[in-house]
Design a protein around this ligand. Structure first.
Ligand SMILES: *Cc1c(COP(=O)(O)O)cnc(C)c1O
Length: 331
């Protein structure tokens, strides 16, 4: 039956590889959030993962399975975001070379963070240079292995370990809400949910401005869109992957969308009430629950907080625009 890129056993194997290396992140509860929604919310705190996002799980799981030749050559990735740092740190932990290709106008702090993990950063001009061609050339010339941010079985299985830990810690859930960009995180988490608790309703959450995953599942084929304008920069993908899409089709029950305003309100709630610093993309699933985009009353709900990497000034600016009062005391 299985022509899918991963199954539950792959996630279990990934979890074994990550044991003692990735953080087993906590599951956060909030009486205020439960009261407001009438549900029982379980927040999986992947913003507290190494490098500040779940992407360490997939990156490490992929590099850990390199053969001797691949280890000798090193790894290459294209990313200006969390995948870059995930690959850089994972490569360092394995003692191998990492080359990260980033646009030259990427935020200086991201370039610095990636270099800080010991990676070589190659900058390109996103208006005149073709990054794929540049990467391919580098990979061939220098014997580097490319690890993509989501469309890779080892990456997908690694990301699924976040949901495995959540279920290991809290048991059965009625719903699982997961952010979706290219679908690496959601494919891994949905695989786990349906293997462990087939009745768990799995919901992907993407930005309203870029609802390609929703349209793809509705139409039965991968829909590509122009790069969406949203503050959720980790979910500004143009299309699901050829490996992630079939898994989502099999295991995901629903995709919902949230607006940038709803993301900001969720960020503000998480910071003000729960004392958690979560980046806009990391708030997608929480925003769907807190804004009422999904019916959750009376249910046990899992929410993946996927990352926390956002510039402090940018965070402050966004919080300024939130509705409601973030300063009230959390109970
Ligand atoms: C990459 C990323 C996502 C989206 O993950 P996909 O596997 O591409 O769907 C969500 N949140 C954060 C914080 C990310 O870095």
């Amino acid at each position: 039956m299985s022509t899918l890129a991963i199954d539950y056993d792959d996630v279990v194997a990934a979890h074994r590889r990550l044991e003692g290396i990735a953080h087993h992140t906590p599951v956060l509860r909030s009486a205020t959030a439960d009261e407001r929604t009438g549900a029982s919310l379980h927040f999986k705190a992947e913003h507290l993962q190494r490098i500040g996002a779940f992407k360490f799980r997939g990156g490490y799981n992929a590099i850990n399975q390199f053969d001797t030749r691949q280890k000798a050559g090193g790894v290459i990735a294209f990313s200006s975001g969390n995948h870059a740092q995930a690959i850089a740190l994972s490569a360092r932990l394995h003692g191998i070379r990492a080359v990260i290709v980033m646009p030259e106008d990427a935020p200086a702090i991201k370039i610095a963070a990636t270099r800080g993990y010991g990676a070589e950063v190659v900058l390109y001009d996103r208006y005149t240079q073709d990054r794929e061609a540049l990467g391919r050339e580098l990979a061939v010339a220098e014997g580097l292995t490319l690890i993509p941010p989501f469309n890779h079985p080892h990456v997908m299985a690694g990301q699924g370990t976040a949901a495995k830990e959540l279920f290991d810690d809290v048991g059965e859930l009625d719903l699982l809400l997961v952010p979706v960009g290219g679908g690496g995180l959601l494919s891994g988490c949905a695989t786990v949910a349906k293997a462990r608790y087939p009745r768990c309703h799995v919901v992907g959450v993407e930005p309203e401005a870029g609802n390609d995953a929703q349209r793809s599942l509705a139409s039965g084929e991968i829909v590509s869109i122009a790069t969406p304008r949203t503050i959720a920069d980790g979910a500004q993908t143009q299309a699901l992957g050829s490996l992630t899409f079939p898994v989502l089709r099999e295991y995901v029950d629903e995709i919902v969308t949230v607006s940038d305003g709803e993301l900001v309100n969720a960020m503000s709630f998480l910071a003000g009430r729960m004392k958690q610093f979560v980046e806009p993309t990391g708030c997608l699933a929480a925003a769907a629950a807190l804004s009422g985009q999904v019916a959750i009353e009376g249910r046990r709900v899992g929410i993946i907080l996927s990352g926390g990497n956002v510039d402090l000034n940018r965070f402050a600016e966004l919080i300024q625009s939130a509705e409601g009062n973030p300063h009230e005391i959390h109970r």
